[in-house]
Design a binder for this molecule. Structure first.
Ligand SMILES: C[S@@+](CC[C@H](N)C(=O)[O-])C[C@H]1O[C@@H](n2cnc3c(N)ncnc32)[C@H](O)[C@@H]1O
Ligand code: SF4
Length: 392
């Protein structure tokens, strides 16, 4: 728990994007490119330069000084990142921010053996939470997703990770074409045996721009149908709840004290800065306005831009009230605990469709109390349509 002394200051998160992977998964629309040899020094200098530029921007514009509360190395595959770059980023943060004593520092990792070899070095430079992209404990599903690891690699990786890190999470994907309640139940039972403190379980989605998208346009069926998907979702929630996991966000499940603090910053519409190709950032510059930044996605383009301008930001602007309102609702309603709406937003028909709000309350899909709003368990299955109606 954070001490009272720092709770009144802005909680800031840092997202660092590493844009390379060993291969490109056919369902993935993240900013990831096939790994290539890089000039480590150039990349290291570029990350530090952009980080310093971004920290300066934050200091100039943010409403209050910040406590750095979390760092998240995401990708791509950040376990392919040279350790010296991560180390220098973490060292530089000490010059730039007041650091929360209980700072959470997460790295995403793939279970392939070469990446697992790096984990003890990751721990020694300060990473304290690992998020493993297991994706499935069923070999057929891993084959369907064309993952570069097998089920044994996952067990080995978790064995190493749990010996090193206090907090270990794993990502899973469900909803492939032939999946049924029975096969997913069997897999969930295997997942429970891993005794993880945190699980992310995502419904497979076919995203524009991916190989799956092209294949689905040609008529291939790549996910189970919508009714089965809803059924698998309810089953996931029920099974994990019965085994002590709280569904604290639509796809995220945690044992007590194991919620991902970094992702909570996003869902609570708090402040974070992002560095690295394709990273985004958003932070408050007044009670109802945010500054946002979007960085160039192309790794080479980013590198050249940072060398020239000290940063690779391609779009930066100030969000106005309607955009900030949208972010608060979109992100906050994903949380089971819901969100407190600021006074300027609560009950304001300019941003919220109050007729739909009343209707959803009457139907038991939304619960409100004072300024607080949350989607009920029954409402979670209809989250997207609830949000789009509330936002007009
Ligand atoms: C940044 S990605 C990947 C991290 C890591 N490179 C990996 O693949 O394990 C984070 C997570 O998003 C999920 N994900 C990515 N694409 C998805 C899709 N199309 N549908 C559902 N989940 C997806 C996966 O579970 C993945 O672990
Ligand atoms: S390893 Fe992860 S980030 Fe890389 S392509 Fe696959 S899903 Fe995307």
């Amino acid at each position: 728990m954070l001490s009272d002394k720092i709770s009144h200051q802005n909680r800031l998160g840092l997202y660092v994007h590493w844009p390379f992977c060993v291969s490109k998964c056919p369902y993935c629309d993240f900013n990831s490119h096939i790994h290539k040899d890089i000039d480590i020094k150039r990349w290291r200098v570029a990350y530090i330069s952009e980080l310093r530029w971004m920290a300066e921007k934050y200091k100039q514009k943010a409403t209050q000084p910040a406590i750095l509360y979390s760092v998240f190395f995401g990708g791509g595959t950040p376990t392919l990142m040279p350790t010296c770059i991560i180390e220098e980023i973490l060292d530089t943060l000490e010059d730039l921010f007041i650091i929360c004593p209980e700072i959470e520092i997460t790295a995403e990792a793939n279970p392939s053996s070469s990446e697992i070899e790096n984990l003890s070095a990751f721990k020694s430079i300060g990473i304290n939470r690992l998020s493993l992209g297991a994706q499935s404990l069923n070999q057929n599903t891993l084959n369907f997703l064309e993952r570069g690891h097998n089920v044994n690699d996952i067990y080995r990786a978790l064995d190493v990770a749990s010996g090193l890190f206090k907090q270990v999470s794993a990502d899973f994907i469900y909803g492939i074409p032939d999946q049924t309640r029975k096969t997913w139940k069997a897999e969930l039972n295997q997942i429970l045996k891993l005794d993880l403190s945190h699980i992310s379980a995502y419904q497979l989605t076919v995203e524009p721009g991916t190989q799956f998208f092209t294949r689905s346009k040609k008529g291939e069926i790549l996910t189970c149908n919508e009714n089965v998907m809803k059924d698998l979702y309810t089953q996931t929630n029920d099974v994990l709840k019965n085994h002590g996991y709280e569904t604290y966000e639509i796809s995220n499940y945690a044992k007590p004290n194991a919620k991902c603090q970094h992702n909570l910053l996003y869902w609570n519409a708090q402040d974070w800065i992002g560095v690295g190709p394709g990273a985004h950032g958003r932070f408050s510059i007044s009670k109802n306005r945010r500054w946002y930044s979007q960085i160039r996605r192309s790794p080479d383009g980013w590198l050249s831009a940072v060398q020239k301008n000290l940063h690779g930001v391609e779009i930066q602007d100030e969000d106005d009230e309607p955009n900030f309102a949208k972010e608060i609702i979109l992100m906050g309603l994903r949380l089971s605990s819901g969100i407190y709406l600021p006074d300027w937003l609560f009950g304001n028909s300019e941003f919220l469709n109050l007729n739909w709000l009343k209707q959803f309350e009457a139907d038991g899909l939304i619960a409100t109390k004072d300024n607080h709003i949350r989607v009920t368990e029954g409402g979670r299955l209809h989250l997207n349509s609830i949000i789009s109606r509330l936002l007009n």
